[in-house]
Design a binder for this molecule. Structure first.
Ligand SMILES: [Zn+2]
Length: 326
């Protein structure tokens, strides 16, 4: 076992963001700069997002280098239970035995018993599952605390992290606001931000994506008037209003293009190709002179196949008909 070997984090793994907030590159599937966790190093230290299960040793070593050891971590919060955000919860809970795990009530049972979540992930990802996400380990139910429409995490010293239910990307999604820094942890509710190019892309996977609910969550985020957005993919954005407007615009555009492909009678593969082609010019990451590895990396987490199939899935629901004219 190499489990007890601690190593100093590689350079770039930890980025201080002020207010005792540290961005940690959790290195999903070995990629750099694709999945971020965040440590709030307050009196009661709190980790937001664990990354995947294979990321857990990376996160543990990063926390150790920031002075947060096994007995010190008070809370682990995940914005939602998708495996790139919460796949490491079971391992991190075992490494930090004092930590309470906070999750929306609709996600809690999957952290306690991940068998159904893992089975459906295996259906979607097949043999790629192990290399991308690994295996979510169960967390003892008594260590899990649920939040509902809102909730509070005590960061100590009068500092609080407030959770706000923000479905649309996933029905078990919350955004989190730090009352001291004004940071809003957006999870995937505002899509993804690509720091290398400044692009924003939607994240609309099956089975939960819902246009109206997703847009309502973005309006709720704006009403919270955060000082800064912290994207799980990837990093801080200061121009809050512009970024949230862009998130809504991206979602609307992808829905419109997917609807057009669907009306043309295209099957999923052809619809994906059409929507990808019709949106391509919006993103510097796909420009001919851009780094092809960068595009490949971001296609892993918010690629056109996932986005278009999520929108198609929503359009197939009777409730989507109410918004057909939008
Ligand atoms: Zn994600």
């Amino acid at each position: 076992m190499t489990d007890d070997v601690r190593s100093a984090p590689e350079s770039g793994t930890i980025v201080p963001l002020g207010h005792e907030v540290y961005q940690i590159d959790t290195r999903m599937a070995g990629y750099q700069g694709i999945t971020a966790g965040y440590l709030i190093r307050s009196e009661r230290p709190c980790l937001v997002e664990t990354g995947t299960a294979p990321s857990a040793p990376v996160v543990r070593d990063a926390l150790a280098s920031l002075g947060v050891h096994a007995a010190d971590l008070a809370t682990v919060v995940v914005t939602h239970i998708h495996l790139d955000h919460a796949g490491g919860v079971g391992d991190i809970a075992a490494m930090f035995p004092a930590a309470q795990v906070v999750v929306h009530e609709l996600g809690a049972r999957h952290l306690a018993d991940p068998s159904r979540l893992m089975a459906s992930a295996r259906m979607v990802y097949g043999d790629e599952l192990d290399g991308l996400f690994g295996e979510l380990a169960p967390t003892p139910a008594e260590r899990i605390r649920t939040v509902e429409r809102t909730g509070v995490v005590d960061l100590g010293g009068g500092r609080r992290l407030e959770s706000h239910y923000s479905p649309g990307h996933a029905k078990h999604h919350v955004g989190l606001v730090d009352a001291v820094s004004g940071d809003l942890y957006t999870g995937d509710a505002a899509g993804i931000y690509i720091p290398e190019t400044g692009d924003q892309r939607p994240a609309t996977p099956p089975p939960d994506f819902d246009l109206d609910i997703a847009l309502a969550s973005l309006r709720m985020f704006a009403a919270l008037r955060p000082a800064r957005l912290l994207f799980s993919h990837y990093g801080p954005v200061d121009a809050v209003a512009e970024a949230l407007d862009r998130s809504a615009e991206e979602i609307r555009l992808w829905v419109a293009e997917t609807r057009r492909a669907r009306r043309a009678g295209l099957d999923l593969d052809h619809a994906v190709a059409m929507v990808a082609e019709r949106t391509r010019e919006r993103y510097a990451v796909f420009a001919p002179d851009a780094d092809p590895d960068l595009a490949a990396k971001y296609n892993r987490i918010a690629g056109a196949p996932s986005n278009v199939s999520g929108i198609m899935h929503w359009l197939d629901k009777p409730s989507a008909g109410a918004t057909a004219s939008r």
